[in-house]
Each structure stands twice: as structure tokens, then as C-alpha cells.
Design a protein. Sequence first.
Length: 221
Amino acid sequence: MSARLLVLLLVAMSLATLEAGETHVFVLSGQSNMAGLDPKLSFTPTVTKGLSGHQVIVVKNARGGQPIRRWYKEWKPAEGEGPKADGALYDALLADVRKAVGEKQVDSYTFVWMQGERDAKEKHGTVYEKSLEGLIEQLKTDLEVERLNVVVGRLSDCLETPHWELVRKAQVAVGEKNDHRAWVDTDDLNGPKDGLHYTKEGYAELGKRFAEKALDLIAAD
């Protein structure tokens, strides 16, 4: 085989590999315990290694101290009048996702959610499951996908109030609803004093757990 023919063959093989590569998008959002997570420490390296040969896009947009109504535009309290939903944080998140994806054809989207402390403190635990399901459907509609992988971080055992427990149960229910959902335990990530926020090592472990669950869901698809 001539040197020129060998070069042409190698180029053709490289192009074929690029065309066969898939694009997987990970959308990370929530309040303070998501804001404290640096994807570059453990999440992105883990999914990149697990999806070797494919393109990985990680988009994170999180804001501390925020209730789910800042994302879910149809949020309503259990009864009576209450604070209004605005969806402003959702719009910012979606804009970031669209900018990162551009015109790429996406093979899978995975939504990673770590939030709920504010809703528990405001005693909106009874509507949390419905609200999170609504947010997931809202994102599926805007991304124009039928299947959206979802990984939910369950609130830690920081507090033991009734609404804190309601939110924890709702997060597990959402995470176990079907075969493209999962949830992550965080009870051991907030240090010996069970703080509201996690330790440095806890955030690194959280990113790893999120990534491993996400990879499981993609593999099962």
C-alpha cells in the first residue's frame, strides 16, 4: 500500500469515527447544594471517561436559596393564595443549554436536579412531587425530546420537620417512577454535624454519584 493511500485510508477512518460519535448533554440545576458542586472535580471526568469516544456537554446553572417555582412556571401552592411562579431561573438555564448545544444533534439529555431545601422550609412539601414532575415535563417540551433521563439528589438528613420529610419522599418517588429515572442519597455528605451544606469531600462524592447514575441510565437506553 502506498503512503498516500494509507494517509487517505486513515483520514477516512477518522471521519467515520467522528460521524459515529454521539453527543450527550447533562443539565445540572438546583439551589445551594448544586451551586456548591464543581462539575470539573468529579462529575465531568466521570461521565467523560464513561462515554469515551463521544462528545460530552455539561451545563450547570444553579442559585442558592431558591424555591422550585423559580423553575417550574405552573407552580401552585397546595391551597389558597401564595407566592407566584416566575420561571426566571429556568429561562436562564434553558438559554445556557441552547447556547452550549447549538446546532448539534443530541443523542441523550440527562437532567440532574439538587434542590428542595427552600420548599421544605416554606412548607410546600405537599406539592413538591407534582411540581418536580411538572418541571421535568416542561423541560422535555422545550428540548423537544420524548425521553429525558433524570437524576434527583434527595435532601440530606439535615432536618426532621414534616415538610422536609415530604420533600425527601417526593424526590425518591420521582426518582423511582420509571426506568429512565434515578435518585441519589446525600445523607452522608454533610459532615458529622449534619449541616445544611456538604463538605468539600461531600461535593466531590456527590458529583461522582450523579455521574454514575447518569451513565447507568444512558447505558440502559
